[in-house]
Design a protein around this ligand. Structure first.
Ligand code: KIV
Ligand code: ZN
Length: 516
């Protein structure tokens, strides 16, 4: 059976979505999981966009084995050089270069005429081919471009050496029939179309990303660009899990397969939600909390008699485990390691030691440790690896007849600082004190707290969104004490803010970022 390549752009397009930014350490954890998931290509970032992106692309190229690792590059020599520089030590790598092709983008964004765009694309592909044979070329906003011009542009890219031609529906405007016709036409008219692979990259502005991607596949595209949980710019990208499970569940219809290990879908989805703090909605296809829940009596009765009555795929087939084994203070390292492996966390000896210590600490305060608790421990640990701001201790006093006061000790760039402040409530007092210590003036835009599991001893998970000069970031923290969880979430958001390119100046004060 013919295969469809799965090109995962969770770490590039996905990471561009609000609230989904990840640190280098977090991206590496996700990239290793994507390799376990069996994706063919990982777009690890946009190497020339910032020092941190460069480092993420370089590290993933070096450490992640299996998939091809690519970096995005505008059709500019400096972007291409930087991508090649980041990936030069990787085993299996490529460059994905792009330029916009729609009249709107060419005129208003690029201020270039079609001939100039043709020349820039040709030069970019030729330049990238000096470094690698794996060169993908994308015509940004392809779905709103003149089809005749697209044929010309893609033909020029093939002549210059591109091996993959990607057709993005950048603004999620296309309908499935139109996408089918576009791919069909390009496959018929582009120069030596049978020598290259056609790829599709769909956004979800009208909720059509998956349908459009599958229509492209029906028309002959053999690579789909997608993201775990469908994260991405605005309404997101095509969701990897929906593409893969459509191909698997309707195999007789598509007569196509792919290399993704379906049982790794759910662990990948959970891991990404934990790391980014961006939860999928309950009714999300394949990975949402209700995707396999049967509420109506008639449905429940049918499923009990034969699951196929209302289930077109099983939860097990996407890696949802029935086993809700509970760990407690008497559980050993071995049981912990086993459970973590099932959840998709494959830790080395030192990481396991650290998690075990935190697990024991939590088990002293909480009788039963559930999967969600373990996920919170591991991802909080990954989050804190590269932190500039670290919470050492927090003491809060509050009550019905006193002004809430917090005393916080933090380490900033290796230096310990202690301060105290008041607030309207204990959380406000803790956050005010942290602001005072870090000297970062930002606005709290959203705050939410939820319980990770059931029970009064449950850990509270706090999500905090802050804004600084138009830049918004979300941080998360969890603890059995919600004031501590709030402080951890706020500090996590400050750490994320401090890692944004150009945001911190030499004295540690956050300044406005340079937008790419
Ligand atoms: O949506 C888009 O057009 C893109 C390209 C860079 C492929 O993300
Ligand atoms: Zn995109």
């Amino acid at each position: 059976m013919e295969k469809v390549r799965i090109f995962d752009t969770t770490l590039r397009d996905g990471e561009q979505s609000p609230g989904c930014s990840m640190s280098t350490a977090e991206k590496l954890v996700v990239a290793k999981q994507l390799a376990r998931l069996g994706v063919d290509t990982i777009e690890a970032g946009f190497a020339n966009s910032s020092g941190e992106d460069f480092e993420s692309v370089r590290l993933i190229g070096q450490e992640v084995k299996g998939p091809m690792i690519v970096s995005l590059a505008r059709a500019r020599e400096d972007d291409i050089d930087r991508s090649a520089e980041a990936l030069k030590d990787a085993k299996n790598w490529g460059i994905h270069t792009f330029i916009a092709s729609s009249p709107l983008h060419m005129k208003h964004k690029l201020q270039m005429n079609p001939q100039e765009v043709l020349q820039a694309a040709t030069k970019a592909v030729e330049h990238a081919r000096r470094y690698t044979d794996n060169v993908e070329f994308s015509a940004e906003d392809a779905s709103r471009s003149e089809p005749g011009f697209l044929v010309e542009l893609f033909s020029a890219a093939v002549k210059a050496g591109a091996t993959i031609l990607n057709i993005p529906d950048t603004v999620g405007y296309t309908m499935p029939d139109e996408m089918y016709q576009l791919i069909e036409r390009l496959k018929n008219e582009v120069y030596q179309a049978d020598q290259v692979m056609f790829s599709v990259h769909c956004h979800n502005d009208l909720g059509m990303a998956v349908a459009n991607s599958l229509a492209a596949v029906r028309a002959g595209a053999r690579q789909v660009e997608c993201t775990v949980n469908g994260i991405g710019e605005r309404a997101g990208n095509a969701a990897l899990e929906e593409i893969v499970m459509s191909l698997a569940t309707r195999q007789q219809y598509y007569n196509l397969t792919c290399n993704v290990v379906a049982e790794q879908i759910y662990p990948s989805s959970r891991l990404l939600s934990q790391i980014t703090g961006s939860q999928v909605q309950a009714n999300k296809a394949v990975v949402g909390a209700n995707a396999f829940a049967h509420e109506a009596g008639i449905h429940q009765d049918g499923v009990l008699k034969n699951a196929l009555t209302y289930e077109i795929m099983t939860p097990q087939s996407v890696g949802i485990q029935e086993n809700n084994l509970v760990l407690g203070k008497h559980s050993g390292r071995h049981a912990l390691a086993n459970r973590l492996n099932t959840l998709g966390f494959h830790l080395d000896e030192e990481e396991l030691n650290q998690v075990f210590e935190k697990f024991k600490h939590l088990a002293d305060r909480k009788k039963q440790i559930f999967d969600e608790d373990l996920e919170a421990i591991v991802t909080q640990g990954v989050r804190q690896q590269e932190d500039n701001y670290v919470l050492n201790s927090l003491t809060v006093s509050s009550g019905t007849h006193m002004v809430p006061t917090a005393t916080v000790v933090m380490t900033i760039h290796g230096q310990k600082i202690k301060k105290a402040a008041f607030g309207d409530g204990p959380v406000d007092a803790a956050l005010n004190t942290i602001k005072k210590i870090t000297n970062i003036d930002c606005r709290l835009k959203a705050y939410s707290v939820k319980s990770i599991t059931g029970g009064t001893d449950a850990q509270g998970e706090v999500s905090v969104t802050i804004e600084k000069e138009g830049v918004r970031v979300t941080g998360r923290g969890s603890d059995t004490d919600i004031v501590t969880a709030s402080a951890l979430a706020f500090i996590n958001s400050l750490n994320r803010l401090s890692r944004m390119p150009g945001l911190l100046d030499q004295s540690g004060v956050i300044k406005a970022p340079e937008k790419i």
